[in-house]
Write a protein of this length. Structure first.
Length: 170
């Protein structure tokens, strides 16, 4: 039986609405942020419900072919707040389209519709459709950046986009 804090290995099967990935441990659904279908990962269980759990990647055992080349960076903050930053760009477009189909079918109840091809950006870097840029005071200095996921804690980024650097952790 799984417990919070257990470390387990799972294979990531798909990305679900909201951008989290999904894998199964002995038939039990586990949602994992920053996972890519085809990844084999070690995760630490952080929460459990009756029918599913949540985990965080602690080790990337085998990277999916759809994962970016610099796959040693696994946290939300390493991708400047981009939920799909761990995916190669063509796969970001593909999985977002798949999520749209899933929502139209499951939530919208539609089965007979035509979905046009998703148009990707010519330059996928340094673009955001919507941005919130918070300010914070850290060690007596005013900083600006992004909120860490599911918090109001701010982290700095030198560029907006997929170009990755080492971030200051606050």
């Amino acid at each position: 039986m799984l417990k919070i804090g257990n470390k387990i290995e799972i294979n990531i099967e798909k990305i679900v609405f909201g951008g989290e990935s999904l894998g199964y441990y002995e038939g039990f659904a586990v949602f994992v942020p920053m996972g890519v279908p085809g990844d084999k990962v070690e995760i630490e269980i952080i929460s459990l419900k009756k029918s599913y759990g949540r985990g965080l990647i602690t080790k990337l055992i085998e990277a999916s072919v759809d994962r970016i080349d610099n796959y040693d960076l696994l946290s939300f903050e390493d991708f400047n707040g981009c939920d799909f930053g761990m995916l190669k760009y063509d796969k970001q477009v593909f999985y977002k389209t798949e999520m749209t189909k899933d929502v139209l079918g499951k939530i919208g109840g539609l089965s007979d519709y035509k979905l046009f091809d998703t148009l990707g950006a010519e330059n996928p870097y340094n673009y955001r459709n919507k941005i919130i840029e918070p300010f914070s005071k850290v060690n007596g200095q005013i900083i600006t950046g992004f909120f860490k996921k599911k918090s109001h804690e701010v982290f700095e980024a030198s560029e907006i986009g997929f170009k990755i650097k080492k971030w200051k952790r606050f």
